[in-house]
Design a protein around this ligand. Structure first.
Ligand code: SF4
Ligand code: SF4
Length: 205
């Protein structure tokens, strides 16, 4: 996690609330989507755990009111996640195609981006409020895209001989991953919490 990570949630409020009055704020979403597609090539879902404003919102705001129930396994299934990615991206492309080359096109595209941000933020609050605060991040279309692009990049490593099987790493993992299943966690968001929690310094990137 970066020093700035805990403050990035402010951008969610700025876009969802400020965007109602100033739709151009929706382009923050476009910058986020473009940036994470690039970082995914080198670091998989690193963006989710370090630079994503909604990830920051989930960790540092939503987590305070979350019931913290286990994330249902069905949300991890690519049979659910890939169709959701296709549905949301198709919907966005369709809506943009309707306003393309019309008067005030950039403002209208901003409205579309803001509305997408509002809808996904509400979904994140409902899922994260009931389940673990990162439940949305399990099905998030942008997380799925990063997993497909670079799920095998920048994997967590482990010195197996140092591990004392205390499971502190797995208790703290916000994605509820089997942390020690090294090399088999394409949804690891590289937040580094397990690395910090390990009393034996057995984990590293
Ligand atoms: S495995 Fe470690 S780095 Fe990856 S999401 Fe879990 S706590 Fe974060
Ligand atoms: S926190 Fe470290 S020592 Fe404990 S189970 Fe995880 S890797 Fe092993």
């Amino acid at each position: 996690m970066l020093n700035i990570t805990r403050y990035l949630w402010v951008l969610v409020l700025i876009v969802t609330l400020g965007g109602l009055w100033y739709p151009y704020l929706g382009y923050v979403m476009a910058v986020v989507m473009l940036t994470l597609m690039i970082t995914a090539v080198f670091r998989g879902r690193w963006f989710c755990g370090n630079l994503c404003p909604r990830g920051s919102f989930n960790d540092f705001v939503l987590n305070k009111i979350s019931r913290k129930k286990n994330i249902p396994g069905v949300l991890r299934s690519l049979w659910v996640r890939v169709p959701l990615f296709i549905l949301i991206m198709s919907l966005m492309i369709y809506r943009v195609s309707i306003v393309f080359a019309t008067r005030n096109m950039f403002e209208k595209i901003g409205v579309i981006l803001v509305s997408m941000c509002i809808v996904t933020t509400v979904a994140a609050i409902l899922l994260g409020g009931y389940y673990n605060s990162r439940a949305w991040c399990t099905v998030c279309p942008m997380g799925t895209a990063q997993r497909i692009i670079g799920g095998d990049r920048y994997q967590l490593k482990m010195a197996h001989d140092l591990c004392i099987d205390c499971k502190k790493c797995e208790k703290i993992c916000p994605m509820e991953l089997t942390v020690r299943d090294i090399g088999n966690n394409p949804d690891c968001i590289k937040c580094g919490r397990c690395v910090e929690a390990c009393p034996k310094d057995a984990l590293y990137f």
